[in-house]
Design a binder for this molecule. Structure first.
Ligand code: HAS
Ligand code: CU1
Length: 570
């Protein structure tokens, strides 16, 4: 047995670099989260409320896009090389995508943070959904475009590695981790088309002044065409870890490899034709298409429900290997002192709740109650903010030693860190869900209105605000502990085998399962057809109604923009 860094030293360097970018973004993004959590609850306001959108944009972009996707880039590189048992075919390409994604992310971050310095005449306080007519500096959109192209190149890198492997192993089943990476990347190629078109053909020319007007509904729809699949682009790295690493950490083996393949195929097929479930309240899209999006979304619950079954069954198998008994008593013998295990298990537990609030979002009629309220941030702090983020941090405790050849600085601090995240998120997201039900809006610096008070039927609004602020503080503390632990781990003395990186074979392997599961071309074709069915007519009618470039001029977010808007209306 040898360590990943000894076997693939070049790839280990790239992965360490992607993790470094990911964790820097995590630190800054979490700090922004603390500022805004304290601001909107009214406890501490260190910045004027006019800067709230700058901080919120930074928080969303740095955490939801940079932290998660750079982690994915590293994790997928690790997964492809170790499961194909071969280095990447062209390490220059690997460094090229790392360079492009990092430069793109840096450009976007500069454009956002510049908004805090009025003298710079640059801002991007458009939130991470960059809805028109909010307009950012061109550097923001150019950075986004570079970042996306970089991820496409990363996908190409992994596909090339697979092609080489395939030529040497013509009759073998695709190794599971590579299968997961490839299906996720096909989904990514299909879905990023939407955002790429909207950034390259509309936002960049518009922000540069080449075109004067934009069609907000068209760019919103193209955004959500990508915006729903991106949530699975965040989730699939977590699933990769839950399916292939969590069973091992539990002391057992994956319950079923074919079932895992079915799950990833379902995500490829169903992730994209559902984006309109973010637009139930958008006028200009016919109800029938919203209904189709809802139906597809309900089907899309299936792969996560299958995951809940398979992953928990694998954990139970692990527990029984360790001597666990009874219907539920086996839970007690799981390795709860291991931060990698506990972090992932708690992340899964929270995802069960997050999936539940997702089901509520997805219902067209109930969505009207929660849309644009704090409920929605409550939902996504359980999903991307915990299922994904906590799994990634927990995974780092197991992966980083394999990349550096150094042991983790402190397991007790790691354990305390993952538990702090869990407790902080229980407080914050529960209060956010409840606040949303009272109608308290999201994306609002000062959610108080004159002559109107939100009233809670259970508890009080003050108590909800306190829970959100305490939760935000605990989450920030947790990130600081995580970064501190990883940083100190990197200066430990190298040792021979800081962690056992082997992954045992699944209980039920791929051989014998239908070969069609591995037919990526077939699944890609069906996914494309479903996208065409769901999107061609809505997009055509949006363009017919308001034209390709629309009639809407840019609205700057600052107060003079408000006056401008009043002028336009007058
Ligand atoms: Fe969502 C809004 C519907 C999943 C992220 N979602 C958002 C936004 C984000 C987001 C960021 O239909 C806000 C966007 C914005 O800024 O406006 N979401 C769903 C549905 C699912 C779902 C149906 N969302 C996610 C995931 C995300 C994410 C995953 C990120 C990673 N969401 C919506 C809708 C909206 C929305 C509407 C629009 C709301 C609006 O009005 O704006 C489903 O995929 C959820 C399925 C999940 C389950 C749970 C299965 C349970 C498992 C746990 C296993 C347990 C383990 C551990 C492993 C059915 C797999 C066991 C432990 C032991 C100790 C035993
Ligand atoms: Cu969605």
């Amino acid at each position: 047995m040898s360590l990943y860094v000894d076997e693939y030293p070049e790839e280990a360097k790239v992965i360490k670099a992607t993790f470094l970018v990911s964790f820097v973004a995590l630190g800054i993004g979490a700090f922004f989260g603390l500022i805004q959590g304290l601001h909107r609850t009214g406890f501490v306001r260190i910045l004027p409320s006019t800067d709230y959108y700058t901080i919120l944009t930074g928080h969303g972009v740095l955490l939801a896009l940079v932290f998660t996707i750079f982690y994915l880039l590293g994790l997928f590189t690790w997964a492809v090389t170790r499961s194909l048992e071969s280095p990447l075919p062209n390490i220059k390409l690997t460094w090229a995508w790392f360079g492009l994604t990092t430069t793109g992310a840096t450009f976007a971050a500069i454009a956002i943070v510049a908004g805090l310095f009025p003298s710079l005449d640059m801002s991007a306080d458009v939130l991470y959904t960059f809805y028109a007519p909010l307009q950012a500096h061109p550097l923001f959109y150019v950075g986004l475009a570079m970042f996306i192209i970089g991820t496409w190149m990363a996908g190409a890198d992994w596909f090339l590695a697979f092609r080489k492997w395939r030529s040497e192993h013509p009759d073998e089943r695709i190794p599971l981790q590579t299968f997961m990476v490839l299906t996720t990347m096909v989904m990514w190629y299909l879905s990023t088309l939407g955002v790429a078109i909207s950034v390259v053909f509309f936002f960049i020319p518009w922000s540069l002044g080449f075109i004067d007007t934009i069609n907000p509904l068209l760019t919103r729809t193209l955004f959500w065409y990508f915006g729903h699949p991106v949530v699975y682009f965040w989730l699939m790295p977590a699933y990769l870890l839950w399916y292939t690493v969590l069973p091992k950490l539990s002391g057992g083996r994956l319950f079923s490899d074919p079932l895992a393949r079915v799950v990833f195929v379902l995500f490829l097929l169903l992730s994209t034709p559902v984006g309109i479930h973010h637009q139930y309240l958008d006028p200009g899209i016919a109800e029938g298409f919203k209904f189709i999006a809802m139906t597809n979304t309900m089907f899309l619950l299936l792969p996560s429900l299958l995951t809940a079954f398979t992953v928990v069954a694998s954990m139970e198998h692990g527990a029984r290997q360790r001597g666990g008994k009874g219907y539920l008593r086996w839970l007690g013998v799981l390795p709860w002192r291991d931060p990698a295990f506990t972090g992932m298990a708690l992340a899964g537990l929270m995802f069960a709740a997050g999936g539940f609030s997702g089901m509520i979002n997805a219902g067209m009629n109930i969505n009207y109650l929660v849309h644009n309220t704090l409920w929605v941030p409550g939902h996504f702090h359980l999903t991307v903010g915990t299922a994904v983020a906590l799994t990634m941090m927990a995974g780092a405790y197991w992966l980083v030693p394999q990349l550096t050849g150094r042991r983790l600085y402190s397991r007790p601090i790691g354990l305390f860190q993952v538990v702090t995240w869990f407790v902080g998120m229980v407080l914050m997201s529960n209060a956010m869900h409840r606040a949303g039900l009272l109608g308290i809006p999201r994306r609002t610096a000062e959610p108080q209105y004159q002559s109107f008070d939100f009233t809670a039927t259970i508890g009080s609004v003050a108590e909800l605000r306190a829970q959100i602020a305490i939760g935000a503080a605990l989450l920030f503390l947790s990130v600081v502990l995580f970064l501190f632990n990883i940083l100190l781990s990197s200066i430990e003395d190298p040792i021979e085998m800081p962690v056992d990186g082997r992954i045992p074979a699944p209980l039920s392997g791929a051989s014998g399962s239908p070969v069609v599961l591995d037919n990526l071309k077939l699944w890609t074709a069906i996914a494309a057809i479903l996208v065409i069915l769901a999107y061609v007519i809505p997009l055509a009618s949006i363009i017919r109604d308001a034209g390709l470039f629309g009639r809407t001029v840019a609205v700057p977010v600052l107060i003079d923009g408000f006056n401008l808007l009043l002028g336009v209306i007058a």
